[in-house]
Design a protein. Sequence first.
Length: 140
Amino acid sequence: MNERRTLRSFEIQQVTSLLDLLNSIQLCQTKKDVKVWNLTKDGTLTVKSCHLLLDRIYCSGVKPFQCNVWIKIVPPKIQCFIWLAVQEGICTGSFLLKHQVLTAAQALCPLCSSAVEKIDHMLIHCSFVLRLWCKIKYFA
């Protein structure tokens, strides 16, 4: 398998699980293949039906944070940003430092310069951001 980037540990586990599942399936050589999608009335595969299926599989019972990202009242840009943050997909100073794009000094948080810019620092731990959250909470 050729990847464009190094897979994260949870992604390696997911790929391994998928390959194990696929290897365990034995196909019937005597029957003709047909497309079957039971989640819509007409058998058509839709994004909505896939989303509902994934909700049933991964979000049964108490919904984890990742599932709550996609609720309809959140604007799409915010949904995408939160999803990227949860998946550690935002290009931060630590990411650029790891890939030798920035030096250690350049990778510091541009708002407080007290720590390397990471997702959790950007959104929670930065003293500047913490003051901002407090102001938002005060006005909310």
